[in-house]
Design a protein around this ligand. Structure first.
Ligand code: ADP
Ligand code: ZN
Length: 649
């Protein structure tokens, strides 16, 4: 068994390097290069490349540059990891994900790949050990934080060894149009200037035209081949629900559809993160908070628990999640409106990387539109910046208000045409569209009439006037005398709020920046008032009709196994929990659920047979094979003991 530091789980992995590897051909310029497909079989235990992986790998192995746009879970990592093992020297991976480098290195070490990282979390001794391993040609992959390339010593260090390729991970961080700009990424164009002969591969899961162009320009990828995969994630069910009582809606989602599942709940503010986590914990759900204001150690601990334990719900700001490659996140819920479709798609994409059914659920209401429009109006930065924010928000609102397939809209945003998917809320329960022109005129003329009196109000009072309610405020202000008073009694409060929300989303109405949440006409309002523009609206589904799930059955890992295989699967899980704990790595680093499932249904009787299961590479076979076979043998692994091991995880 190859004694890697990762396998022992103890001590600073980054300072040590696996003593032996299963990968050949990385020893120098002279030896014959292994074939990429052989590397895939031997190291990962996978049968074949997916989608365009083979062409991408071929390009980079041949010394060419590549720009890869692929959704989360699409299989980007192999696109640089395989070439790094095939080409002589070390693959240098530039990544902003400092907090995850240890996990990435651990996962590679479990495969027998020699990996290390250099970042600010290490002490000088740890750094020196990694540097020496690099110089000695003993590293297949080296992860670097982008800021390290500003340091002259790092550049000189790279010069003294052999760089097989540069991988620029999360390449959208170089784009100011996108949602995650990192200034340190701008200077990555130096890679090309300094090492013109080393192939570069830039990868991202963000794919609008604008971002795509900006990445190519700023990283000087003029000669690169571009690979744009389909961005569809068919196993994710997209749903956007009218916000009613968001916490209870969330609780219903978790209890009825995802009991015991791991998931992420995104909130806009730190305080709502903490309150929501507390609320869920009070309901007996294992929920942990994560935001940039928490102590670093608390954050690290919560992230580690989310990765290592089963069924933890992370309640977080968007500071959490990039690079989290936990495969079994079963749902991503948003309690607040995301600021852009790009951000939303990245965040929801963290669900279901293992390909099993998962849910992306967003609660969205009038207050979200009001709040976001206000935030933009009062934001710092120039007019161009505000215009960009407005464009992002408008696209997000259009997605929320669509009466057609969400997925068609989403993919259309990334420039990809598709057919209605059958696995989103609008496909499953098509909303009614109705002509809201007259309703819009009633609302807008109420605002005009109040304006003439020098008065502006928020949605609550406006709806009271339209519905003809004699509230104390209406009486006090004499608003019953307005000609629109009572003209809107045909719609309910909720329906009126839906009208206001959609007018705001379409910019046919504006939030007044002076008063909190008061409304005023927008430049587009006049067209509606004059009857020159019709206003098609979406009728919100009523509460309770929003439950569209279960069409595809339960998502628990054992769900679709043959009854006879369930016992073996559970024994394998228990064995895996114990192995992972012993080594201090997340369970999925040992084997994914999908691999355990295949083992349970095939019941291999020998190591050779086990080695043919997808996901069982040479190192894992050697390291875990005997344990797996023992776990399969019922007589040596009684279910009682197994269940106990699982519980103590
Ligand atoms: P990304 O970085 O694009 O989000 P990953 O590289 O993490 O995606 O891959 C997602 C999952 O798919 C991982 O579990 C990975 O092991 C698996 N995977 C990638 N390529 C293949 C392949 N050719 N065959 C089988 N599984 C694959
Ligand atoms: Zn659909």
């Amino acid at each position: 068994m190859p004694a890697t530091a990762a396998a022992s789980g103890a001590g600073p992995m980054s300072a040590t390097v696996p003593a032996s590897v299963v990968v050949g051909g990385t020893t120098g310029d002279d030896g014959p290069r292994p074939h990429p497909l052989d590397v895939l079989h031997r190291v990962w235990g996978y049968d074949q490349f997916r989608g365009e992986q083979a062409q991408i790998i071929e390009t980079v192995v041949g010394g060419g540059d590549a720009l890869v746009l692929m959704p989360t879970g699409g299989g980007k990592s192999l696109c640089y990891q395989v070439p790094a093992l095939v080409r002589p020297g070390t693959g240098v991976v530039v990544s902003p994900l400092i907090a995850l480098m240890q996990d990435q290195v651990d996962a590679l070490s479990a495969l027998g790949v020699r990996a290390g990282f250099l970042n600010s979390t290490q002490d000088p001794a740890q750094r020196r050990a990694v540097e020496q391993a690099y110089l000695a040609g003993e590293l297949d992959l080296l992860y670097l934080a982008p800021e390290r390339l500003r340091v002259r010593e790092t550049v000189e260090l790279l010069d003294r060894g052999t760089v097989a390729l540069f991988a620029i991970d999360e390449a959208h961080c170089v784009s100011q149009w996108g949602h995650d700009f990192r200034p340190d990424y701008l200077q990555l164009s130096m890679l090309h200037e300094r090492w013109p002969d080393v192939p570069r591969i830039a990868l991202t899961a963000t794919a609008t035209e604008a971002t795509h162009r900006e990445i190519a320009e700023r990283l000087q990828l003029g000669d690169a081949r571009h690979f744009v995969a389909s961005f569809d994630r068919p196993n994710i069910q997209y749903r956007i629900a009218p916000k009613d009582n968001p916490r209870n809606q969330l609780l219903t989602l978790l209890r009825e559809e995802h009991p015991g599942d791991a998931g992420i709940v995104y909130c806009l503010s730190r305080s709502s993160v903490e309150q929501t986590a507390e609320f869920l914990a009070g309901q007996g759900i294992t929920a942990l908070p994560y935001h940039a204001g928490l102590d670093r150690n608390v954050r690290a601990r919560n992230q580690a628990r989310f990765l290592r334990e089963d069924g933890v719900v992370m309640v977080a700001t968007i500071a959490f999640g990039m690079g989290i490659d936990k495969p079994d996140v079963r749902f991503v819920a948003h309690l607040d409106l995301p600021k852009s479709v790009e951000g939303y798609y990245q965040e929801t994409g963290r669900a279901g990387r293992d390909g099993l059914p998962s849910t992306a659920w967003l609660a969205y209401g009038l207050a979200d539109v009001v709040q976001q429009r206000r935030l933009i109006d009062t934001s710092e930065g120039d007019a161009a910046h505000r215009r960009r924010l407005t464009q992002h928000l408008d696209a997000m609102l259009a997605l929320c208000e669509t009466v057609t397939c969400r997925r068609v809209q989403l993919l259309g945003y990334f420039g990809q045409a598709s057919e209605p998917c059958g696995n989103c809320d609008t496909c499953l329960i098509p909303p009614d569209a109705w002509d809201g022109t007259v309703a819009a005129q009633k609302l807008l003329s109420t605002i005009v009439r109040l304006d003439q009196r020098g008065q502006r109000y928020g949605v609550g009072h406006l709806v009271d006037i339209l519905r003809g309610k004699q509230t104390p405020r209406v009486q006090q202000l004499g608003h019953a005398s307005l000609s629109t008073f009572g003209l809107g009694a045909d719609l309910s409060d909720g329906e009126w709020r839906g009208v206001v929300r959609q007018l705001l989303a379409a910019e046919l109405l504006e939030v007044d920046t002076e008063g909190y949440g008061t409304l005023r006409l927008s430049p587009g309002s006049a067209d509606v008032l004059r009857g020159e523009r019709t206003v098609p609206l979406r009728r919100d589904p009523t509460a309770g009709s929003g439950r569209t799930r279960r069409a595809r059955g339960s998502s628990t890992p054992a769900a679709d196994l043959a009854p006879g295989d369930v016992g073996a699967f559970e024994r394998l899980r228990a064995w895996r929990a114990a192995a992972a704990r012993e080594q201090g790595v997340p369970a999925y680093v040992v084997f994914h659920d999908a691999t355990l499932r295949e083992i349970a249904s095939r019941m291999p009787g020998s190591l050779d047979e086990l080695g043919t299961v997808s996901g069982v590479g040479a190192t894992k076979l050697e390291r875990y094979g005997p344990g797996v076979l023992a776990a399969l043998d019922e007589s040596t692994a009684p279910v009682g003991a197994a269940a106990q091991a699982e519980q103590t995880d």
